[in-house]
Write a protein that binds this ligand. Structure first.
Ligand code: NAD
Length: 249
């Protein structure tokens, strides 16, 4: 199905995990992809694979964010979908009693300030077009909190969720939808890195997933494609949970 035929989609963190799977899915659905990542090798590989464009950018840097949308617009003539997805995992001991201010700030910069910058700089394009879909990657922890002590990460994702809700409401009448994607645990390098530091954490997490396993990145990408497409035309300002039942348990 070509639900995204000729839509221009800018995907941050496209070099790995959820971003990579979404670039592949969007391309299957007909979109033109602008793959953004800090990691040049991984980002250009996915851009080549999907016949898109690679822009190396640090999403926490405002000049980089401005440049990535400008490049997308100059190359393809519109920016229809922004998947603001790049993020980092919590620092080693992210309990409130242990996390230092520098680690806290870094997580807020990459996970939250980046989403503020991406929304701020993509909205003018979408307002001129009178349409657009913005999907910001939060997490189930933004809704439920986390039992595994990751205060800087949970707070950053809570901010992404609150910002998405507010923007969704503010721009609804302009044809721009803004949703917060809230995945449960997904088997990606980010999660594997976290569990490598603390193997017991994986078991503790798994117990809370009613479906009994972690998500595959492709399962999250399918939800993102839905939110990007007109199939979700009445969905905005939502916390879109794709969590294997965690929030219902
Ligand atoms: P991942 O580590 O596999 O991929 C993240 C990508 O983002 C990498 O390619 C990395 O190079 C890139 N990146 C990191 N910092 C960047 C920066 N400053 N500028 C540009 N690119 C940068 O991670 P993932 O699991 O696919 O996570 C993607 C998003 O989903 C993150 O926001 C994460 O917090 C969120 N999330 C993940 C899970 C999970 O269980 N994996 C669950 C809920 C939410």
């Amino acid at each position: 199905m070509q639900r995204l035929q000729d839509r221009v989609a800018v995907i941050t963190g496209a070099g790995s995990g959820i971003g990579l799977a979404t670039a592949q899915r969007f391309a299957q659905e007909g979109a033109k992809i602008v793959a953004v990542d800090l990691d040049e090798a991984a980002g250009s590989k996915v851009a080549d694979e999907v016949g898109g464009l690679f822009v190396r950018a640090d999403v926490a840097n405002e000049d980089d964010v401005v440049r990535m949308y400008q490049t997308a617009f100059d190359t393809y003539g519109s920016v229809d979908v922004a998947f603001n997805n790049a993020g980092i995992s919590p620092p080693e001991d992210d309990s409130i009693l242990e996390t230092g201010i520098e680690a806290w700030r870094r997580v807020q910069e990459v996970n939250l300030t980046s989403v503020y910058l991406c929304c701020k700089h993509v909205l003018p394009y979408m307002r001129r077009q009178g349409k657009g879909s913005i999907i910001n990657t939060a997490s189930f922890v933004a809704v439920l909190g986390s039992a595994t002590s990751q205060i800087s990460y949970t707070a950053s994702k809570g901010g992404v969720l609150a910002m998405s809700r507010e923007l969704g409401v503010q721009f609804a009448r302009e044809g721009i939808r803004v949703n917060a994607l809230c995945p449960g645990p997904v088997d990606t390098p980010l999660l594997r890195e976290l569990f490598a530091k603390d193997p017991e954490r994986a078991q503790r997490r798994l117990v809370h997933v009613p479906i009994g396993r972690f998500a595959r990145a492709e399962e999250i990408a399918a939800a993102v494609a839905f939110l990007a497409s007109d199939d979700s035309s009445f969905i905005t300002a939502s916390e879109f949970l794709v969590d294997g039942g965690i929030s219902g348990a």
